[in-house]
Design a protein around this ligand. Structure first.
Ligand code: C5J
Length: 221
């Protein structure tokens, strides 16, 4: 079985036919200069450094025939799937559903809600629209993974300490083995990113493994 020997805290073995690449929330609202994330004062370069390695990762996974699944965080136009507690947070003038630099903020169908061009899903790759931080909550992801026979998830996306973490925790509780690729996940806050990765692999891999994308793709045939 292919094994990422350098993974922390221990080598990560995976069967390619039961492994999926999960690319989390690589959306314009979060990554694009001039978008929602930047308008809140965030340094989008901290997220944009993940684009090139994730594009290479996608190419390698597609070439190897791995399943690829994308997610997007966002809500229905009428906000009926957005809990009032989530809606109430954020800056008073820039809440979910308000007009933003790239359309209504985090609303499905808006330009800013969609995935950046560099990492656009290939035809046939599923895109899971999620109303929460975790990709399993109120989505079809669990059913989809069961149907596909997936046992292991290789995880890329943003942000490390929010949607990546929540999703990996959810996946771990459901019995999936998760490898988080350090160079393909990012946070606006470098310290949160660093500590979030430490947390994944702490205590003998309390909810996953961490490696670099090249160490993973080298193991793909
Ligand atoms: C994600 C967020 N995708 N930080 N969302 O992490 O609100």
């Amino acid at each position: 079985m292919p094994t990422v020997a350098s993974a922390r805290p221990s080598p990560f073995a995976f069967e390619p036919t039961t492994t999926a690449l999960l690319v989390i929330d690589m959306q314009r609202d979060f990554l694009e200069p001039g978008g929602f994330g930047e308008s809140l004062g965030n340094d989008v370069s901290q997220l944009r450094r993940t684009i090139e390695p994730t594009a290479a990762l996608l190419r390698a996974c597609r070439a190897a025939g791995l399943a690829v699944i994308h997610t997007r965080e966002g809500h229905r136009a009428d906000l009926s799937d957005c809990p009032p507690a989530k809606l109430a947070r954020g800056r008073p003038s820039q809440k979910i559903g308000d007009p933003g630099p790239m359309g209504r903020i985090l609303i499905r169908g808006e330009y800013g809600h969609d995935i950046i061009d560099e990492l656009a899903p290939a035809p046939g790759e599923p895109v899971v629209d999620k109303p929460g931080k975790g990709a399993f909550y109120a989505t079809e992801l669990g059913t989809m993974l069961t149907g596909m026979g997936i046992r292991s998830l290789v995880v890329a996306g943003v942000t490390t300490e929010v949607c990546v973490h929540t999703t990996v925790r959810e996946a771990n509780d459901r019995g999936y083995e998760c490898l988080v690729l350090a160079d393909c996940v990012g946070s606006y806050f470098p310290e949160f990113h660093r500590v979030a990765l430490e947390m994944v692999a702490a205590q003998g891999g309390i909810f996953g493994w961490v490696a670099t994308s090249t160490d993973f793709t080298e193991m793909l045939v």
